[in-house]
Design a protein around this ligand. Sequence first.
Ligand code: NAP
Length: 289
Amino acid sequence: MITSETSFIALIGNPVSHSLSPIMQNAALRYLGLDLIYIAIPCRDEDLESVLDSLKNINCKGLNITIPHKEKVFDLCSEISPIANKLKAINTLKLNTEKEWSATNTDVDGFIYPLKALSLKNKQSIVLGSGGAARSVIQGLINLNFSTISVVSRNKSSLEKLIKNFEDQIEIQGLLNNDNKAQNLIKEANLIVNTTPVGMKTATNKENMLPYGETFWRSLNSKTIVYDLIYNPAPTPLLKFSAKKGCLIIDGLQMLIAQGIKSLSFWTDGLEVPFHVMNDALKEYLEKK
Ligand code: NAP
């Protein structure tokens, strides 16, 4: 029951209306029996500092940070975990004992979750896209001991920066999406991860769009695992196409839940909630929609 004692955790971003985090986090908070609720707060760029300052002074226990604030929030935090520092992106905050924001990033743990049970050591991977999520994905692939990473992007400048960031840790190369070398890499890849938003459910997206177009995928074969970070729709056009080719497919829902479980643990100093609690809540919600 919400009472005058109830505290809250909030998602700060713009937009936030599409987010599934309130559904799964409120189910988890109820499961744990905590007097806490989770809400989404839309926040414009120019208001970020004043909103975060105000939240320090009221009964807010923690935050999730999403697009477009994951990098901008750095300057407003007094403690930043090594992983958030390395990835230059923050997705979770809590107030420390001095009432200042302490920050971390739980996306790497989230990304790895569905891959943990598979044996992927020394395998070859391809990452599509060179934005924020690609950084967490690459760090995850390094943690899982992949032998090579090829990043395919349409954006030369962010691609070069990304490769520079990781080139001393793993064999990594960058390719533009129209580079013919991509075909051989796709034929040989054990895992391909889509971090572009192509295939996401939006008002303007065309049906059945694949990242970089259908010809890009002509050498895909059944030995490749295809992982799409997008969770709405699930499966995406890319995952439907890959399943038809006989590939094992993974959508973004498990990543969403696994990063949410890690964030909840950060806010509550280590409390854990079973995966199925968030998963069941999301399934029930998505079935009704
Ligand atoms: P981002 O920083 O904007 O990066 C997106 C990347 O995709 C950029 O390299 C961008 O290239 C490229 N891109 C955009 N539109 C494209 C198109 N039409 N064709 C080819 N490439 C295109 O976004 P992000 O934060 O990395 O998020 C990417 C996706 O991952 C989103 O769909 C997001 O919902 C999803 N995600 C899911 C989870 C989860 O928990 N499941 C977590 C994080 C992110 P340009 O720079 O040229 O635009």
